[in-house]
Design a protein around this ligand. Structure first.
Ligand code: AMP
Ligand code: ZN
Length: 501
């Protein structure tokens, strides 16, 4: 398996420190607002990476923090007349809910900054003792000059950075590039006791302290969006390596930024989208499928058109899966095909089995190549088409049927590896039974039960009778009644059924 490492600016063979185990740290959100779809893109990308590592047999210890103390949270609290803790609690909950709604797996550990202050104080103390940090009036700064390799992750030159920063130099800092590890409390702000007086931690120290505490260093993978490479990750790395004297992270993985209609997301331009608002009219699985079609490191351009296309693509997969399920069920125990295709069935079975194997192989090859989800999705689509054509005239014997079952299950399984869980989202294969179905059957057929599945059977049975009797108005009212409930009748070679629109 190869992964692109920001540190070496190249694809490297992925060899975790401990065979079979992966220590993975992912910067979490600062909880002062609902997350936007750019954040969602990054969290989805890394969810897929984690899922694939697990699929590949690794035991992944996935740590993701929540930044629940920060200037932005404090500002928001002041604006709304609430405490910072109330704001953080509300948006943390909202974050966890919306992550679950899009099927992002919960991390193994979800530390919160405010609960990890002792670990941060310990790290800062170590840095001061080692000569890498200094205190000024209750603030503590990291001394960038004390870590000669500063700039190594982002490929920046410290001299150049310094000439850029000189203008805004704070006289209390020894060097313009030094950054705060601890900030003295200002009136009205949340604070914690520390050896340097009351105050709160800076942002960067949080991830250094928490990753050390929960994973130990060096650990295998550190993830986040491109925008975090500098200064956040550069600073994390400097603090950690200055403190421990050894490597912080083996593989640094960064995701590309999301734009909307080729523009940077910006509130003032009006092209700013919160994930929760998008999910009001879009299925989470469609959003996922859309994002999977672009490599995680490439920039991703979001547009409503692309989302519609992804929704159609998702529906094509679902419709194919329903076809396969339908055929599998309809032909259970049917030894001989209704019409005779003889040898064709043998070659169909062989072709389908070969396609399944090829899809599994290609899926792996693409994902092993720095998580090329776009390639993996196209391999799945080839199996979808092959499965569909294989059952278009029915199923010919048990061998063919077993191959179709395998195709169906392979599609579902590989999609789940990419986090597209059709069973969770839609109950693939099971028709949806909206309210009103039993009433419709009662009205049109005199049905007296209360089981919607039976109501469907009775309605479809009556429609067949009505058509045979050329009673078009009854057949049409059955179809129209179902349409009103959001259901469509599909006549296929292997029978008639209803599906959701
Ligand atoms: P933040 O709460 O700002 O630290 O962001 C949380 C995560 O979202 C980080 O990993 C960021 O890199 C990522 N992120 C922020 N903006 C975007 C964007 N426009 N596209 C993709 N990822 C983003
Ligand atoms: Zn971080």
């Amino acid at each position: 398996m190869k992964v692109y490492n920001t540190l070496s600016r190249s694809k490297e063979e992925f060899v975790p420190r401990e065979p079979g185990k992966v220590g993975f740290y992912m910067c979490g959100p600062t909880v002062y607002n609902h997350i936007h779809i750019g954040n969602a893109r990054t969290f989805l990308s890394f969810d897929v990476i984690r899922r694939y590592l697990e699929f590949a047999g690794f035991e992944v210890n996935f740590v993701q923090n929540i930044t629940d103390v920060d200037d932005k949270i404090i500002n928001r609290a002041n604006e709304e007349g609430k405490t910072a803790a109330e704001i953080a609690a509300f948006y943390s909950r909202a974050f966890i809910d919306v992550m679950r709604a899009i099927g992002v797996k919960d991390p193994s550990i979800r530390p919160r900054a405010t609960e990890e202050i002792p670990a941060m104080i310990e790290t800062i103390t170590g840095l001061i003792e080692g000569g890498h940090a200094y205190e000024v009036e209750g603030d503590v700064y990291f001394s960038v000059r004390s870590y000669p390799e500063y700039g190594r992750l982002s490929g920046r030159d410290i001299e150049q950075l310094q000439s850029g920063a000189r203008v805004s130099v704070d006289p209390r800092k020894r060097d313009a590039l030094d950054f705060a590890l601890w900030k003295a409390a200002k009136p009205g702000e949340p604070f914690w006791e520390s050896p340097w007086g009351q105050g709160r931690p800076g942002w960067h120290i949080e991830c250094t302290a928490m990753s050390e505490r929960y994973l130990g260093t060096p650990f295998d993978i550190h993830g986040g969006g491109d925008d975090l490479v500098f200064p956040h990750h550069e600073n994390e790395l400097a603090q950690s390596e200055a403190c421990s004297g050894h490597l912080f992270v083996k593989y640094w993985l960064h995701g590309g930024m999301l734009t909307i209609d080729h523009e940077k997301m910006s509130k003032s331009e009006g092209n700013f989208l919160l994930l929760k608002d998008v999910l009001e009219h879009v299925r989470p699985q469609a959003l996922r499928l859309l994002m999977l079609q672009t490599h995680y490191r490439s920039p991703f351009d979001y547009s409503v058109e692309r989302l519609h296309e992804a929704t159609s693509a998702l529906e094509r997969i679902e419709s194919a899966l329903r076809n396969l399920s339908w055929a599998i069920e309809s032909y259970a125990g049917v030894a001989v095909a209704p019409n005779d295709l003889g040898d064709k069935s043998v070659s169909w079975t062989g072709d389908l089995l070969a396609r399944i194997e090829a899809t599994r192989e290609q899926f792996k090859v693409h994902m092993d190549d720095d998580f090329n989800t776009a390639g993996a999705v196209s391999a799945i689509f080839e199996l979808v088409s092959a499965g569909n054509s294989s059952v278009k005239d029915g199923i010919y014997g048990e061998t063919h049927r077993l191959a179709v079952i395998e195709a169906h299950d392979t599609i579902l399984e590989l999609l789940v590896v990419l986090g597209v869980n059709l069973l969770a989202d839609t109950g693939e294969g099971e028709p949806a039974y909206p309210d009103g179905l039993v009433d419709l059957a009662a009205e049109l057929t005199g049905f007296v039960g209360d089981d919607p599945a039976e109501a469907v059977d009775v309605l479809l049975g009556l429609r067949i009778e009505a058509r045979a009797a050329k009673n078009w108005s009854l057949a049409d009212s059955i179809r129209d009644g179902l349409t009103e409930l959001g259901l469509v009748i599909e006549d296929t070679a292997s029978g008639t059924r209803i599906v959701r629109k």
